[in-house]
Design a binder for this molecule. Sequence first.
Ligand code: NAD
Length: 459
Amino acid sequence: MPENNTFTRKQFIGTAGAALGGSLLTGPVFSKTNAKSGKKNRNDKMRVAVVGMGVRGVAMYGRDLVRHYADHVEIVGICDTNPGRLEYASEFVGAGCPIFTRLDEMLEKTSPDRLVVTTWDWEHHSCVIMGLEHGVDVVCEKPLTIDEEKCQMIIDADKKYPNNVYVTFNYRYPPHRARIKELLMDGAIGDIRSVDFHWNIHHGHQVAYMQRWHGESQRGGTLWVHKNTHHFDMLNWFLDSDPVEVYAHDALEIFGSNGPFRSTNCRRCPHSDKCSYHWDINANEHLRRMYADNEHYDGYIRDNCVFRHNIDSHDKHSALIKYANNAFVNYSLTSDTDHSGYWIAFNGTKGRIEGREGGWPSSREHQEWVYQPLGKDPEIIRVPFTSGGHWGGDPILMDKLFKDPDMPDPLHQSAGTRDGVMSVLTGVAARKSARLGRPVKIEGLTSLKPHAKRPEGLV
Ligand SMILES: NC(=O)c1ccc[n+]([C@@H]2O[C@H](COP(=O)([O-])OP(=O)(O)OC[C@H]3O[C@@H](n4cnc5c(N)ncnc54)[C@H](O)[C@@H]3O)[C@@H](O)[C@H]2O)c1
């Protein structure tokens, strides 16, 4: 089956009157005719509009689409609320398309088939909903949103409108993770009883978060949501089950008010010679032109002080997650370390699979997994690394979204609203649990109920 039933059901609604039976099995996934405007695509290319022209928007969904997907995609519009950044994005992306500072105007004037949302996390929900209201399929960057109220707004809109929402969980796509998913689906270790999953973020990565809106919970939802949504989605996907309860601790030990001194931002800092986090944005022409040159429009400072008092995101996280299939997960994210990477181990009724990525003296050509069937000798599984961002996952995701949307999906790598919501809710429950000092249940946060086996559709 090419896609999950949610998609199939929505395609039925969205393309009513067409030769449905055949097109569902063999036809293109995206509608060649825009659902609302009825406008046909020129050259049968997918008409794509992008909102949010920061580093992610201009590169992966801007220049990459122009350079590598021109036979399949026409970028019909780009949008950003910052007019200076938008001008620069237009030059950088090179699509030669109209530019907009308002999303509603872009949707009305360009009638895209797909809207890519790469705005700030706390703006995702309004863009997703506006896309659906305009009869457009929406491709939303992770996290789908930052809290349970906005999750519910997206769930309600997804139920109301026929078009589809795709969440870009690129961490599902690297071939070495796909191989493990395949083994788990084949029952290689039986039922999963528990998982150990521990991730480290190195200094540079963490600083880039703390300098920006990611350090402020009202905007990024804390790293429990902004970053860990990737990890929680990996768990939900590997386990094929929903989380039911989270008990967590977190701490902010290094950044924010913990700092020994502070200033407004790095460019104006009197402590630059003694600050190990000092960073010169002007040394990077791309980032200077995108952010520093345009901060007078909206006050978005890219090199904020990592010791500013309003940082309330954390740099240490630990959680116990109970799943509806009764699996227990021990999870942690420790930031600002010398190490970048993770360790994961699945303990099943018929064996164990264990792997480690980054910071370990292993091959640069392949990922090694240790597969140990119960009572037998361990076996090493080597999966070659592929090129491209996020361990080779990004190009496969991009092909699926823009080149061959009808690509078979036997490992269920394509993600929609339910997947996006469930991973956000794990982070929301962890955030609440750490604050309240008690376990928090997933059920009741939104209308979605946890299921032992993840269902299709918004139930
Ligand atoms: N999947 C991944 O691995 C991955 C990697 C990087 C970023 N991301 C995601 O991509 C998104 C963008 O990240 P970024 O680093 O480019 O952020 P950024 O802050 O650099 O850029 C966001 C841009 O969106 C614009 N914007 C915000 N709200 C808007 C709105 N309502 N309408 C129009 N424009 C709006 C801002 O002006 C800014 O230019 C984030 O959600 C982030 O989580 C995902």
